[in-house]
Design a protein around this ligand. Structure first.
Ligand code: M6R
Length: 607
């Protein structure tokens, strides 16, 4: 899940490539590089670490070519060093790659036997060397590419530059997404439309298996058989998206604070607040005709799905099977034809989620997708899109996308419940009236930030933390633990509070903070009992509850975060905010890189 770009035109492209790469840094930031044609020859600059290092390298030693490619890396094969940074090049070819060439080892062995040398530990280099071999055999660049492409196995998006060819760029997609931008005397390649948004809003998304041959003024498209195909450009909405931090220190902070607004937009898209009815914007799926739902996603989106399962089963009386997509795609789940499968993804590009979607499609399911990026592959391969209106989410730790996913899921549960006759009009109005209040409660939750910041100061001193919750707040406990570990690097685990006594209680001592998410809901008393078990063993309780819960908890907690009382259906949505703030401020206190935590990338387009 690296980011790749390419530009071909008449002005120096290196600064433009770096600008585009900045918009792709969410895909990886282990190293970066650009290659252009200087005079008539390939030249490149690469640097370990983030783009600022590449920028410094280019400042010291600029490139002035008018055709070039660029890359920001999330390391798979080979350590994140300059040597392994893209573009990978021979004397005649430079290449950037997102994905994995699965048969690289056998190809490399074959090429080495033929006398070709390798200089990196990457899988990508084999593509550059294969192309070089084809050129050495006398093939012209386009024909060399045509000959090499069928030899590559795995998932890849590629952009290729050829020595001496100042008016040629080649791109290919086999799995990970790739967009071609059409400019005025300039053409572009990008891993997504946002990367290209400063240059053009006219974008062609390559279909799986497609490849494209670009000059400064033209684009020719070919499908996986090598036949010429028509691929229309569409107007991308990415151009209007702003991606700056405003007055905030981090994108994550900004995105946490945007939640009241974006959840309000999302809810209003699916629910008519004035009449208290769910909007009928689910075509072409007949919710009344389904009797089972298969749900799949990864990471935070999966936890949103787990909460959605509670709602679908409780509100809509619809049984739900849910699994993380990396398991779902291989577990050969039997599916009854005509069922509904729903996939949740902020990026819409997550490889495991996409593979699960394709499995369900092959098995005759209707496909629905809750996605934040409407032009994404998952969106484009679905029968129905339920878009989260979160806007671009840049922080690697997902925050506003999560609460928007929950907003969609709860709205769908109401719509499905209504279509299946599981709820009557009065219940529908009651639930929707409650949801109308979600943004207001979210604003109130944000006001607790200073108190949460103080608690975070204490958490930053420990190495392990437990999160507990019940019912819909159990998946939120899982999400809280994920959020904390991914940005603060503190080990955290989430458990269903009732499971504590089946094992994890052995971990409790006076050094173990336990964050308990416990609104005063139908099973509050049960959660209080679990807290008693923690308190009896000296555990340090951080209780996130409401006014009623704080009054009735009868427990010596180290900290109590008191949320406003609110309808039960809202709690996982609104309580996500203190949970996110706790992770954010703990990471700040630890001094980690909040927006770009180590080893992670925003969009996971490899298995
Ligand atoms: O783009 P997706 O929603 O499909 O991404 C899924 C996960 O990779 C993502 O939620 C990940 O777990 C986040 N880093 C969590 O904050």
């Amino acid at each position: 899940m690296c980011g790749i770009v390419g530009i071909i035109g008449t002005q120096p492209v290196a600064p433009l490539l770096v600008d585009a790469l900045k918009r792709l840094e969410y895909r990886g930031y282990d190293s970066a590089g650009v290659a252009t044609i200087e005079g008539n020859h390939l030249d490149r600059r690469r640097a370990e670490g983030k783009l600022v290092n590449l920028e410094a390298r280019l400042k010291a030693s600029p490139l002035s070519g008018t055709v070039g490619i660029g890359h920001t890396r999330w390391a798979t094969h080979g350590a994140p060093t300059e040597r392994n940074a893209h573009p990978h090049a021979t004397e005649t070819v430079a290449i950037v790659h997102n994905g994995i060439i699965e048969n690289f080892f056998s190809l490399k062995t074959e090429l080495q036997a033929a006398g070709y040398a390798f200089h990196t530990d990457t899988d990508t280099e084999v593509v550059a060397v294969l192309l070089t071999q084809a050129l050495d055999k006398g093939l012209k660049p386009v024909e060399a590419f045509r000959a090499v492409l069928p030899r590559l196995e795995g998932a890849f998006a590629l952009a290729v530059l050829f020595d001496g060819e100042t008016d040629l760029l080649i791109a290919a997609r086999h799995g990970p997404p790739l967009a071609i931008g059409h400019g005025d005397g300039e053409m572009y390649i990008g891993s997504d439309a946002i990367a290209l948004s400063p240059f053009t809003d006219q974008v062609t998304f390559l279909e799986d298996g497609d490849w494209a041959v670009l000059t400064a003024s033209s684009a020719a498209f070919f499908d996986k058989t090598g036949a010429t195909v028509e691929r229309r450009a569409q107007t991308s909405s990415a151009m209007h998206m702003t991606v700056d931090k405003g007055n905030h220190r981090h994108f994550m902070e900004k995105e946490i604070h945007e939640q009241p607004e974006v959840m309000s937009h999302t809810l209003a898209h699916f629910l008519d607040f004035s009449s208290g009815t769910a909007r009928d914007n689910r075509a072409p799926i007949d919710f009344g005709a389904i009797d089972r739902l298969a749900l799949s996603a990864c990471g935070t989106a999966y936890y949103a799905g787990l909460i959605g399962k509670y709602w679908m089963e409780r509100v809509a009386r619809l049984p739900v099977d849910i699994d993380v997509a990396s398991e779902f795609r291989y577990r050969e789940m039997p599916l009854k034809k005509g069922g509904l499968a729903l996939f949740i993804s902020q990026s819409g590009e997550t490889a495991d989620t996409l593979a699960s979607l394709r499995y369900c499609k092959e098995n005759g399911q209707h496909i629905g997708a809750i996605v934040n990026v409407p032009e994404s592959t998952i969106a484009r391969e679905s029968d129905a899109i339920f878009q989260t209106l979160a806007g671009p989410e840049i922080g690697v730790a997902s925050t506003k996308a999560f609460t928007c996913q929950l907003s969609v899921l709860v709205s769908l549960a109401i719509a499905v419940g209504k279509a299946r006759g599981a709820i009557d009009a009065a219940k529908e109005v009651e639930l929707i009236r409650a949801l109308t209040e979600a943004p207001r409660y979210a604003n109130k939750a944000l006001k607790l930030e200073r108190q949460i910041e103080k608690i975070a100061g204490d958490l930053a001193k420990v190495r392990h933390i437990l999160y507990l919750g019940r019912d819909t707040n159990y998946p939120l406990a899982l999400e809280g633990a994920l959020k904390l570990k991914e940005i603060s690097y503190i080990h955290a685990e989430g458990y269903a509070a009732g499971e504590l006594k089946h094992g994890p209680i052995a971990l409790i001592d006076e050094n173990m903070p336990v964050v308990v998410i416990a609104p005063h809901d139908r099973i509050f008393e049960k959660t209080v009992s679990n807290m008693q078990e923690v308190a009896a063993r000296g555990g340090r309780i951080i209780l996130i509850t409401d006014e009623k819960g704080a009054a009735e908890a009868s427990i010596e907690a180290e900290h109590v975060v008191v949320m406003p009382n609110m309808p039960e259906i809202l709690t996982p949505i609104v309580y996500a905010i203190p949970v996110q703030l706790l992770a954010y401020h703990t990471a700040l206190a630890m001094g980690t890189d909040v927006d770009q935590p180590r080893n992670l990338a925003k969009s996971v387009t490899v298995e």
